[in-house]
Design a protein around this ligand. Structure first.
Ligand code: ZN
Length: 435
């Protein structure tokens, strides 16, 4: 059986040389397999299950979707295992810690799941120093990131964790995944462009570190998805393979650069804001769906600025502590306010940044615009496979979404076009006239 991991193969062997940093990159993952069916594939990592206490952890739906197939394959190889299905699990530090301490006796955690189940398994195996093997029941970048996203005291935090030793995607199984999950996966990967434009702009204006490598690994597959997203609905294996690679590369990016700048910028801040503040009103929209609609909005902001003949000139913004406290509460507000200073242009630095913009913006723009994709092109890709394009499509009320667009930049010291629109005094043009 063929492994369709493409360029990822060289990242596993250490043969991949970044055309930008000229460094060879070797991922700390032993095996990644994207194949038509796991039933016909000879996995190298199976030998690590021999004579070990193996525990399969899965969610109810994930197990329904892929559990039987994995078990069939394990039985063929006479692999011994126990199964724990997580019901009503929570993505909180408290829940993850308590479950970790009840599962110390196992050598290996075998995760069948996506998103939050993977995050829990990463946390558990890291806590207990266990082997971790992930079989993806639907596409999720969580498999390849080294951090987990959990909630502590109501605030989403990123906790350092473990990278799996092996990651497996079964393409036949993906084809039977609900279309909504696949559209969500598409929404989460097409933020390549908004992340790159945000990060490169941040590099020019704030002198933050920047590396094109993680993006360059994705350009080819992104082209397939921008042009042929409708094939997601017809089960085309090559399109699925492209979507799978891009999803994994989105997480791998974080391993390469040591941060999530290549996969989580302004568009993700909006999605995080929705998850943090909608509470009981949250319509159950998925991460990738939220990121997708926010990507269209960020892309519009970026293209408007990059295609304008005007040189941006920043105005002073109000960043009083009280604003943060009103939105996030006293303690979290004070922490976020402190963190915000890292990307803030104060009255003094505004003069410098405005001078810098006058002097260099046309050069910056020429470089940045190469990595921008026209908003309509992204939108067409969403429409062609029936994915959501607006907050209304996700049943997120306009007034809430307006707040999300206007306040999301307070969440993190990550500089994006959400900040730029604040400095230009025109964020309401986007928050009030939603696309
Ligand atoms: Zn994401």
């Amino acid at each position: 059986m063929v492994n369709k991991i493409g360029k990822i193969e060289k990242l596993l062997t250490g043969e991949y040389q970044s055309p930008f940093s000229r460094k060879n990159i070797k991922l700390p993952i032993d095996e990644i397999v994207i194949t038509s069916s796991i039933l016909n594939y000879q996995f190298r990592h199976f030998e690590k299950f021999e004579n070990k206490k193996n525990l399969i952890i899965s969610g109810v739906n994930s197990f329904k979707s892929l559990g039987n197939k994995v078990i069939e394959r394990f039985n063929q190889e006479k692999i011994k295992y126990e199964i724990k299905i997580l019901e009503n699990y929570q993505s909180t530090v408290n829940y993850a810690s308590s479950i970790a301490s009840s599962l110390k006796e196992y050598d290996n955690i075998i995760c069948i799941g996506s998103g939050s189940v993977i995050d829990l398994c990463k946390f558990i195996s890291n806590q207990n120093n266990q082997g971790l093997f992930v079989y993806l029941s639907s596409l999720s970048a969580a498999a390849t990131t080294s951090t987990v996203s959990l909630t502590e005291d109501g605030i989403k935090i990123s906790v350092k964790s473990k990278i799996p030793e092996a990651i497996v995607i079964d393409l036949d199984n993906l084809k039977s995944a609900p279309a909504r999950l696949l559209r969500s996966a598409l929404g989460d990967v097409l933020c390549r462009t908004t992340c790159q434009v945000d990060w490169l702009t941040s590099h020019f204006l704030l002198e933050t570190f920047y590396d094109e490598t993680p993006f360059a690994l994705q350009y080819e597959d992104e082209k397939i998805l921008l042009n042929h997203s409708q094939k997601i609905l017809t089960g085309d294996e090559e399109t699925f393979a492209a979507l799978s690679r891009m999803t994994l590369l989105n997480g791998i990016a974080a391993i390469i650069i040591g941060s999530t700048h290549a996969g989580s910028m302004g568009e993700h801040l909006i999605s995080h804001y929705i998850d943090m503040f909608m509470g009981d009103e949250h319509p159950g929209s998925l991460h990738g769906e939220q990121v997708g609609i926010a990507t269209l909005l960020l892309s519009k902001m970026q293209n408007d600025i990059l295609n304008s003949s005007k040189t941006p000139q920043f105005l002073e913004i109000n960043y009083d502590l009280i604003i943060f406290e009103n939105i996030f509460g006293k303690e979290a507000g004070s922490n976020l306010h402190k963190q915000f200073q890292n990307k803030l242009f104060t009255q003094k630095s505004l003069t410098d940044i405005n001078k810098k913009l006058i002097k260099n913006w046309s050069d910056y723009k020429k470089t940045i615009i190469k990595f921008a994709v026209q908003t309509d092109k992204i939108k067409k890709s969403f429409i062609n496979c029936g994915a959501a394009c607006t907050n209304g499509d996700l049943n997120i009320p306009d007034d809430f979404f307006q707040n999300a667009v206007e306040n999301a930049h307070y969440l993190r010291d990550r500089f994006s076009y959400l900040d730029i629109m604040q400095y230009l005094g025109c964020i309401d043009k986007y928050s009030k006239n939603l696309i």
